[in-house]
Design a protein around this ligand. Sequence first.
Ligand code: LRH
Ligand code: MN
Ligand code: MN
Length: 406
Amino acid sequence: MSDKAYVLFEEQQRNRGIDLDQVKERLKALKVETPSWGYADQGTRFKTFQKVGVPRNTYEKMEDAAQVHKFTGICPSVAVHIPWDKVDDYAHLKEHVANLGIKIGAVNPNLFQDDDYMLGSVTNSKEAIRRKATGHLLECVDIAKTVGSDILSLWFADGTNYPGQADIRKRVQWMYESLKEMYAAMTPDMRMLIEYKFYEPAFYHTDLADWGMAFNMANKLGPQAEVLVDTGHHAQGTNIEHIVAYLIGEKKLGGFHFNSRKYGDDDLIVGSVNPYELFLIFYQILDAAADVDPGVSRTANNIAYMIDQSHNIEAKIPAMIRSVLNVQTQYAKALLINLDEVREAQEAQDVLVAENAVRKAFEFDVTPLLQAVREEMGVPADPMQAYLEDSYGQDILARGKGGASW
Ligand code: LRH
Ligand code: MN
Ligand code: MN
């Protein structure tokens, strides 16, 4: 893309009242965290296809994640899942990751792969199992302290498969007691992000099934607890951007797990199925960021953007780069919405003008803008092409087959 394309783009946007210098600054400030497990071999419950070159351990997952940051410039942190990323010495891991030019982000406890948790972890009717689960949550707070992370990201597989299987109200209380203990162990700069999911692996009821349950739990715990929206965890047709707007309005939206889904929690590449939904999510966030209520704008500006995907048939590093670029593209488009124009149309109650003011931003080709931003950031103008031309993808084939499975 030539400078000429950017000059034309700038003129076009200036004429619409968009300040591109500001847009560029915001694009440079965007950070998207990638998940360690997205670099590993993952599958469905039917089959995991083992790929050649997959990281064999957490250290190698971090090396792959560093490549995504190297080529995109906007992925300086990596989420870990314990025990998938269990190591003997977390301080050493922190150092290794820092030497790669990145850092450890959200620490995700895992309370769904131990036989003891078949009938629930923090919601189990057996006291001893709840104790064990709470112990793991506390261990994760300690790990976060050691690796210098300020986000604890919680998702519970807890639920039941049959009516009558368990006491739903008691389970809510047990979960609250456990999280209260974890909350008390956090340092004041830490945030607990509570994720919800309407079904799977439990098929009758899930203890934290929707945003309202996560929101209520976060409210009961206190200001350091917030809701995490995983875009794949909703029923078909759910208006996710409405949930986003509502939670920011209540100053309780803490983060995202981005992915796409066509049917269930498919963990597909974000933006691959419904890029307009992603754009509309960013529209709500940017609109809130401009809110006169400082609490609302602070919340909107403090959202942790994370990817949560399983790359099942596709090559993992380029799949992650594609995901990050899709997020960046939709964010760039949303930055082109003239919010004043939307508000004026809202005040005039002109439905069509308002809808048009939002939608037309989606229709611009933001390639010249993104290329200019990347140039200024010192990363390749086309990160995907640059990665594919680089030798890293070939070099890691020496790792062979049979890498980490999460
Ligand atoms: C659950 C989930 C949750 C887990 C991750 C691996 O479906 O989205 O965030 O921690 O997948
Ligand atoms: Mn998730
Ligand atoms: Mn999920």
